[in-house]
Design a protein. Structure first.
Length: 702
């Protein structure tokens, strides 16, 4: 399939044509600019001093008693990052799970899977559905709040929250065009337009358009991706503001084949070597995934007086997919001969409706000052999971053969399910004498899950309510150095059984998790650091001996994380993280799992990225990155491990003037040594790592 260049040119022409129009139509005297809080300013040397997540929104990192890592726009640009995993590979302990990349980033944090319908947020609020590649073109930063976060977000996995914060219009007009390409044939054009207008500059608008051709490397593995967004804001009065975010994403690409783990013999498995990711195992003309997503988020902030404020947030996320995924199974390790099974899942539909009301204020009780947050949130998550059909065909892992065309028909039955997650929460941040803060919170959750089996018509309903406490203590040892400890309880969804399970599609009951964390944080002029030890206890779901996906015990995750970011030398900036993790199954119906490491969980992980700007060449920057992930078990019985891997990246950029315009040229090389490796495992499959990728970009400011 081919995609004419007109798809690449339309957004570029639109931005170029409208840039001047907006400059004239929206311009107004800057001396009347009203003060408005915007996210989008350039972070200094890869550091960020505030977070935009949950109950810690707009708090400094020193006042956050949790592990939060922020990947700034500056770091995203330096690395040429285009996907969530591109961003989060900089935070140790974030790995791919079950599948490689290509269609979307399925992630785990600290060995715990991030639930794709609840753990990914837009602007700290709307739960977007991470079953399509999330765009970064319009993002100011990507944040990872690691661990349990039930107080603010309700029923979510204790892996953590991934938050994407949008850029907004600043005081300076902005028109940017960026062209990107790589050696595999991908091409993309992106336009970014931002203006403020009105007598008091009370209106802000920022638009992003992006379109391009996607090439995955294998012959014929090409598709397309399009993206559009608008970030609007209005300061109606000095006390009342509105923000509206709109996004639409489309991506249609062949889906790389996953590989099923082999059957164990005498309790041990022999894994195949990672195959060449640039070979074609499927027929891209029909074995592909066509997905689209739309996001709408409205926020209003009202300052009642100098001590009280109210916030209303309402939003909706929708995702639709026509999916044909494939897995390779029943193969001979010596010859590579085996069977490829393709799953036809057409008509997949997902939606999230989210509403939050929040009141925040200050109260003094003698020498103690209270920052109170009282809120109510409701989230309705719906999915129409089709009862898909499948077909099998012969294939070879080492010398793949061409796959014939097959007629693809849509299924006639669905397994619809609806989750209603409602809750009220109260958080009190007490400021005590002696530079002490105590954070005490409670959340009341009311949860309901109703699923229908399309084949039998049977309805499975589950409901529960519970109270989840949280407690934190922060001691500011010095103005720029703090110690903290925290305890949080949370409830999470039990998950959905994968297609390879005997109970495929079954939604499991919710499970309890607990977390204790101790940490230290420091923020200085040009750099910052953090270190934390944590202990998480959670219910664990696995494919058991009967091939049933079930909550089958408890697992403990105990570890240490350290991070450092900033300018360590006058012209050199770094972003470094490391994690040591001791995870094991503590309780299980199968006694053979007790003491074993949970699947897809590394014991060690680290990342180091630096950028240097040599003084002898103005505008030049060179960079390099090293990323290490330790070995990971393929199943709960630890019958085999995918090897640990070290990947090297390198890059350079050059900023200059072209026809009087600021222009930046950028080169990035990922997987510099072209290493073959397993990128992911879990739920009975292996995901192949990407081959070397050389990326070029040119960005011009008009």
């Amino acid at each position: 399939m081919t995609y004419p260049n007109r798809y690449l040119l339309k957004p570029l022409l639109l931005v170029l044509c409208t840039g001047g129009v907006f400059s004239d139509a929206l311009a107004s005297p800057t001396e009347h600019l009203s003060t408005i809080s915007v996210i989008g300013s350039r972070e200094k040397a890869f550091t960020a001093n505030a977070v935009q997540l949950g109950a810690f929104r707009d708090q400094t990192t020193l006042d956050t008693p949790s592990t939060v890592q922020v990947v700034t726009r500056e770091l995203l640009d330096a690395q040429g990052a285009t996907t969530l995993f591109d961003a989060l590979k900089n935070t140790a302990g974030v790995n791919r799970a079950q599948i490689g990349g290509g269609v979307y980033d399925n992630l785990s944090i600290r060995g715990i899977g991030a639930e794709n319908r609840a753990n990914y947020r837009l602007n700290g609020a709307l739960p977007v559905i991470n079953l399509i590649e999330m765009p970064l073109e319009n993002k100011a930063r990507v944040e990872a709040l690691k661990g349990v976060s039930a107080l603010y977000y309700g029923f979510v996995s204790p892996s953590g929250i991934v938050n994407m914060v949008t850029n907004r219009a600043g005081s300076t007009p902005l028109t940017v065009v960026e062209l990107r390409a790589d050696q595999k044939g991908s091409q993309n054009v992106h336009g970014d337009l931002a203006r403020r207008f009105g007598e008091r500059q009370q209106f802000g608008a920022r638009f992003n358009l992006s379109a391009g051709k996607v090439e995955l490397g294998a012959p014929g593995y090409e598709g397309e991706r399009r993206f559009a967004s608008a970030a609007l804001d209005w300061r109606a009065t000095d006390a009342l503001t509105f923000k509206l975010d709109l996004e639409h994403i489309q991506k249609d690409v062949p889906e790389p084949m996953a590989i099923v783990i082999p059957t164990a013999i005498n309790g041990q498995m022999t894994l195949p070597s990672p195959p060449n990711p640039d070979l074609a195992y499927t027929n891209p003309d029909w074995q592909h995934t066509d997905a689209s997503a739309s996001h709408v988020l409205l926020r209003s902030d009202l300052r009642i007086n100098d001590r009280w404020a109210a916030t209303l947030e309402a939003g909706r996320a929708e995702t639709k997919r026509e999916r044909v995924s494939s897995q390779f199974q029943k193969y001979d390790l010596a010859t590579g001969e085996g069977e490829m099974q393709s799953f036809l899942q057409h008509g997949q539909a997902y939606s999230n409706d989210n509403l939050r009301l929040e009141l925040a204020g200050l109260i003094d009780t003698g020498p103690i000052s209270h920052e109170l947050t009282l809120g109510y949130t409701t989230n309705k998550r719906y999915q129409a999971g089709p009862i898909g059909s499948s077909m099998t065909m012969r294939q070879n892992l080492y010398t793949p053969r061409a796959v014939d065309w097959h007629s693809v028909t849509a299924p006639t039955m669905f397994n619809p399910s609806t989750i209603k997650d409602k809750g009220g929460y109260l958080l009190d941040r007490l400021h005590l004498p002696g530079d002490l803060q105590i954070l005490a919170g409670l959340r009341y959750s009311d949860y309901e899950n109703r699923a229908t089996n399309g084949a039998t018509g049977n309805v499975t309903a589950y409901s529960t309510n519970d109270v989840s406490p949280s407690l934190g203590l922060i001691w500011a040892v010095q103005p720029k150095l703090s110690l903290y400890t925290s305890y949080i309880e949370g409830l999470e969804e039990g998950g959905t059984a994968p297609g390879s399970a005997a109970n495929a599609g079954e939604v499991l009951k919710p499970a309890l998790s607990e977390q204790i964390e101790f940490g230290i944080k420091g923020v200085f002029a040009d750099w910052q650091f953090a270190a934390a030890v944590f202990n998480i206890i959670r219910a664990q779901a696995y494919l058991n001996m009967q091939n049933v996906y079930a909550l089958d015990g408890k697992a403990r995750y105990r570890g240490l994380e350290v991070s450092m970011a900033g300018q360590i030398l006058p012209r050199t900036a770094v972003y470094a993280t490391a994690m040591l993790l001791n995870a094991e199954q503590r309780q299980a119906a199968d006694v053979n799992q007790i003491g074993k490491r949970p699947e897809n969980t590394p014991q060690k992980a680290a990342s180091l990225f630096f950028e240097h700007k040599p003084a002898m060449v103005a505008g030049l920057a060179i960079n390099a990155g090293i990323y290490y992930t330790g070995n990971r078990s393929v199943n709960a019985l630890n019958q085999a491990f995918i090897p640990g891997v070290i990947l090297f990246n390198a890059g350079a950029s050059y900023r200059t003037k072209m026809i009087g315009r600021d222009t930046t040229f950028r080169l990035n090389i990922e997987n510099l040594t072209n290493k073959r490796y397993w990128a992911a495992t879990g739920k009975g499959t292996l995901g192949v790592g990407d081959s070397r990728l050389v990326k070029l970009a040119m960005k011009t400011l008009f």
